[in-house]
Design a protein around this ligand. Sequence first.
Ligand code: NAD
Length: 357
Amino acid sequence: MDRLTTNFAGTLFGLHGEPAHERIVVASDAQSGLQAVIAVYSTARGPAFGGCRYWQYASEYEAYHDALRLSQGMAFKNALARLPFGGGKAVILKRPEQMDRTAMFKAFGRLVQSLGGIYLTAEDVGTTADDMRAVQSETPYVSGIPRDNDVYGGNPSPRTAYGVFVGLKAAVQVALGRDTLDGVSVAVQGLGSVGWDLCERLHNAGAELIVADIDAGKTERAKHLFGAQVADTARIAGVNADVFAPCALGGSITEAVAAQCEFKVIAGGANNQLMSLAEGDTLHKRGIFYAPDFLVNAGGIISCVREYQGSADEEAVLAEVAQIGPRVFELAERVKTTGIAPARAAVAWAREQMKAV
Ligand code: NAD
């Protein structure tokens, strides 16, 4: 714990001057090699709901910081999606010692169970439905599990991609005044579960794609199937396109990208796209409409929540996810009225919703 307290001094009780997290749990399990951080930002709207990321971090600090930022984003996301849940997130640090994946996710399940229901988990980057099944063997506080007999459930990524598509389309209407994506050029960063599905939808809607992924097999497939142009991963944020859709990991809108990119719209699935709200201000000053990640990528959590509540069917979930479009329009109105950048306006709006309960 010494290293943690030394390295994390100044951020333990607040992230960039924001209100502090309600609870942060740092836990390990020697037998399975589990090392995890669960961050609960807010339970104001209900128990904290947010996925579990399994990732190889460069340092413990990075993992901790990721958990904190992601859990705050989940609180905003759930509030804007009007879900009766607060925001939390888990990260599991990927390490070579973790030989038995099932045993490790079971240990994670026991950790979730030990919190008594203040945190509910699901898939995120690096985790699968099988991992969630292992979690489910130890705790009921989990979602994103495929069910039999027509009971709604499973991998939330297609619903996330649908919400991003709807949000991107609304953002294009706001910024370009076009109600169709036909002929609109979109640069997609990351062709994983969300990015690939989004590309399919964009292609079917007539958009022209420029894609980048560290996995050359995926970009080749996109070239073949969607006629996509392929860009270097280091250059995708600098290409000439109407829209940028970050769908890999966070942090792609750096100070330099915000100051120099030529897009008209940014709307994508990745969490924490902006390095900070200052980058959102720069985009706004430059006339680029940024549709905040936590507004447009809520489709997956909507799916997980309705699965968890056991009351949903596919059609109802898709109809709920489609509400992301009108919310983008409402955000644009707030931006017009207040003059503040969309990212800040969305945070203020989310905080209103968090107080409203
Ligand atoms: P994924 O792991 O399936 O896909 C990520 C893709 O990004 C992979 O193809 C990977 O090769 C690629 N990638 C990694 N680094 C890259 C780089 N530097 N440049 C280009 N490509 C790179 O993950 P996913 O489930 O598709 O999630 C993508 C993002 O969306 C994440 O930030 C995640 O937190 C967020 N998100 C996902 C969901 C969901 O339902 N899956 C919901 C909300 C938010």
